[in-house]
Each structure stands twice: as C-alpha cells, then as structure tokens.
Design a protein around this ligand. Structure first.
Ligand code: GLU
Length: 300
C-alpha cells in the first residue's frame, strides 16, 4: 500500500436504498473538507448486512454521486469482499483475551437493562450453535476532540457495555468493520453525520485494542430546517435525483451553512463544486448539537 498522504477522507454509504439528502450532506461535507485540505476522498460501500441491502443500490449511489461530481480517488472498497481481513483482526482480539463468544440473546439483554456487562451463568446454553463475538469493554472514559462538535467524552462501559464485533448470524458488525477498513484504506480524516458521534468512542477503543491509528473526526450537524428544527426523517430521506442534481446540491450546500452565491449553478455540478472549494468555510457549518446525540457529551 502506498504511503499515507497527509489527508485522506472518505464517504461510506450503506446500500440500503437510493442516496438521500442526509447522505448527500455527508458526502458533500466530507468531499469539501478533503478538497479544501488538498486531500483525497475515497468511497467505501458498507454492504455488510445482506438482509437490509437493496440489489443495485450501491451502483446507483455511485452513479448519483458521480452525477454530482463526486468520484472516489481510490478503488471503491466493498465490505462484502473483506471477510479475510476481518477474520484475522477478530482472531487477534480473541487471542489477546479482549474479545469473547457470547450466547446472551437480545431478549435476555433487554431484561438485564440492555447493556452487556457480563454473560450471566444461567444464560449459558452450551448447545447453542450460534454465538456472537463481543469486545470486552473496560471501565474507561474515552475522550476525543471532534473538529466540528468539539470535545467529547464517553464512559464506554456505562454507555454501551461489551459490544458486538460479529453477530450470531455471522454478519460483521458495523463498529468492527468500519475500524478495520478505515485503517486498511489509510483514512486520516473521518467526516460524517452526527448520528455517528456516539459510535466514535467505541471505534477509538477498538483502534487501540488492534494497534491501529486513530483518524481525525468531524461530525456534521444533524440536518435542520430553516426554523432550527430537526429536519423530518421523510425530508432527510428524500431520494436525490442524479438527473436533476441542482435542487438537492443547493439544499445540501445551504445545510452546510455555506454562502449560496459561491455555488455557480451555470456550470456543470462537477466544475461548480471545484470552483466552490475556495469559498467553502468549515467555520460556517452549523455546530453539531452534541446534546441531541445520546451517549456522548462534552466533558463537564
Ligand atoms: N455506512 C454508514 C451509514 O451509511 C456510515 C458509516 C460511517 O461513515 O462511519 O450510515
């Protein structure tokens, strides 16, 4: 693998449907942050969960992004091809005693408060064939400085407990795959939606367990409407149209707090975005409302 450049960002959509406004904001925000830093922007398809996947959605998402002028600088990684690397990394955690097989069922966990702290002896069913693999989470507070949301801290054991790396149905968990793949792709900067702010401490802890580097993090605000209310899920999940990119592109640019006049709609979207890089100002991005995100909070 080539040496890491000083900035490599990424966009990592799940192919569960067409690209929607919420994901366009994440794509555009991560693309602009990377370009403004003179860096690269890579795409990864997070097709980890076959039951939730829509056939053809990954290809359509890539086509839509291309219609907006956003194309991966490196090979597009598909998580469905990554089994071998995940298996090696999981084995390291098992060998180190940091991960363990767990037979607790969802309903047992719900009855115990929803957070896994230990496997209860009476829950052990040695005949069960399907086990999940969890990471043993210590009593530790993870802190990090988010470039947009500010200082964050989370007491892992209290907030999330021992979390799943591989599900009982054999699917790899997002938290695990994202860490292995950000490292494998040499990602230095993660820019994504604030709904993933409370996942970041788990990912940082996992990076430390695996001896992997921790990228810089910036979480874009939850998409708000003009009155400052959270955009309704239906509007956020409105599919964006690659054949008519301007309405969605202008909306996404505005939601990132940027100067409308910097986006020249007379050009093709690709060249308009390139022209707008110089005007893109991260300081104008509305502050992510950390309080609205469960599980993380600015340190007291
Ligand atoms: N695949 C995730 C999603 O579509 C994003 C993961 C990430 O950016 O870390 O919500």
């Amino acid at each position: 693998m080539s040496p890491h450049p000083h900035y490599r960002g990424r966009f990592a959509p799940s192919p569960t449907g067409p690209l929607h406004l919420g994901s366009l904001v994440a794509a555009l925000g991560s693309w602009m942050m990377a370009r403004r830093a003179g860096g690269e922007w890579w795409i990864r398809v997070e097709d980890l969960d076959p039951p939730r996947e829509v056939p053809g959605a990954a290809e359509r998402q890539l086509e839509t992004l291309a219609a907006f002028g956003m194309v991966s600088d490196g090979p597009v990684m598909k998580q469905s091809t990554r089994e071998a690397d995940y298996t090696v990394q999981l084995q390291k955690l098992l060998d180190a005693g940091l991960a363990f097989p767990c037979r607790c069922s969802r309903s047992q966990l719900t009855a115990a408060g929803g957070i896994h702290r230990r496997c209860l002896a009476e829950h052990r069913d040695e005949t069960a064939t399907q086990v999940s693999i969890r990471l043993r989470v210590p009593e530790r507070v993870i802190t990090f400085l988010d470039e947009l949301a500010g200082p964050q801290s989370q007491a892992l054991a209290d907030a999330v407990g021992d979390f799943v790396l591989r599900r009982a149905d054999g699917c790899w968990a997002y938290q695990f795959a994202v860490v292995v793949d950000d490292a494998a792709q040499g990602i230095t900067h993660v820019v994504r939606g604030a709904d993933l702010l409370d996942s970041t401490p788990r990912q940082i802890h996992l990076q430390r367990c695996l001896g992997l580097p921790t990228p810089h993090y910036a979480h874009l605000p939850l998409v708000l409407d003009e009155d400052g209310n959270k955009l309704s899920k239906s509007l956020r999940s409105l599919p964006v149209d690659g054949t008519d990119p301007w309405p969605a592109l202008r909306t996404a640019w505005g939601l990132l707090g940027q100067d409308e006049s910097a986006l020249r709609t007379t050009a093709a979207p690709g060249s308009a975005l390139v022209q707008a890089i110089a005007a893109f100002d991260p300081a104008r991005i509305p502050t992510a409302s950390a309080a609205a995100v469960s599980g993380t909070s600015p340190p007291a």
